[in-house]
Design a protein around this ligand. Sequence first.
Ligand code: ZN
Length: 477
Amino acid sequence: MARRVGIYTRISRDDEGEALGVARQQRDCERLADLRSWQAVKVYEDNDVSAFKRNVVREEFELMLKDLRAGLIDGIVAYDLDRLARQPRDLERLIEIYDERPRLEFATVTNDINLGTPDGRTMARIMVAFANKSSHDASRRIKRKHLELAQQGKDSGGPAPYGWRKDDRTKVDPEAAKAIREAQREILAGVRIGTIRTRWQEQGLGNPREGTKRMAHHQVEHILTNPRLVGYRTYHGEILYGDDGQPVMGEWEPINTLEEWEAVCAAVAERKRKHPGRSLARKYLLSGIARCGLCKAKIRGQINQRWEPGTKATRFRYQCSVVNGGCGKVARAGDPVDRLIAQLVLEEQRSQAMVTAVPSEQRWAREVELEQINTDIAQLVEAERSKQITVATLLQLLPAKERMRDELKLERARFYKERRQAEAKGDTANLTVDEFFALPIERQQEIVLHSLSAVIIHPAGRGRRKFDPSLIEPVWR
Ligand SMILES: [Zn+2]
């Protein structure tokens, strides 16, 4: 069984606002865990605002130590040692656990340190001690300059991100913007990022690596969810907020409205929650939807070599498999089953579409409430600045407001995501069977699952027979 590890991320705003995005930290850690064949089971995320308070209790860090000691996780993956253990004291507490429980796993993205070995511990102690001492004056000055520019909404240098013109990164590249919007619509309709990545690579879209057409999964994801799309200025991967509590707006043309962008981000995030880690591509329409008529086990599609001897045929069949816990006694050629189900489902959805009209245009109802909270936050921050209240008071009042704001924003994102998903799916009613099969496979599956909860494939008896539709039983929702 795969080792179960926890991922630790931390945002720190004490180094002149330097904040390596939590999202990026987590992504890199997940990739590292993947690489080591560990299963990332939990993310511990601390938001460290130590600019205000020197000895903030890192709640998630404490929880992680507890879980580690209790054996709920078998190790830790962190972005770097500095983020994990700032103080020698924290490091010693960690090392103590690694002493007690040998065989624990440990890895960081940026350095090759292993707390599981004595050498690694010595190294870690030295590194933490140094990090604690050094000041990095020069690099701080440069960072401060970068931050200043960012706070003014100035664009960062470098090549233009996909979506904007190569010769002028403040202007939208209409072709690229169109490709982005189209891909975002697909995401909302349930298409996976991997599918869009494949298509973009084929069409030479996106921001492929120099001299190739290849792009990493996370690059495509970033292009479609980049805060820059709505004009938000980011700094080290995080949205930058101004003194008024509002995001700093960049000096370039946006591609998305806030609603569009939030909806896409929410859809991507939700998909990740539902399908953590890498999911295997489901190549056949009814894999996992079809069930065996005898034992009711789930049936997957598979290519059977003996089925079409001598040819490289793409003929496949749905086969109840002993390996997957089934009886292994039922199988059917796949293509006619797929066609039959597609016809039935499309017919049903056509008749449904005539009954239910598309939902009317509608706005999220709590926009005013959110605005009010933003104003409250800005006023609190201003009150502290003008010395009407102390930092301590501010920090007492702020978290509750921030929580409310974040909850509302999440709710708004969900609201628009659901509206847009409904719209994106609304146009299936007029598909022909051929158009249906031209869609990406997960879109096809989604359309099928909209109408059916399963397809039962009944046994057909021995020998090769003509396809009998009556032995395929759709289970309607
Ligand atoms: Zn079976």
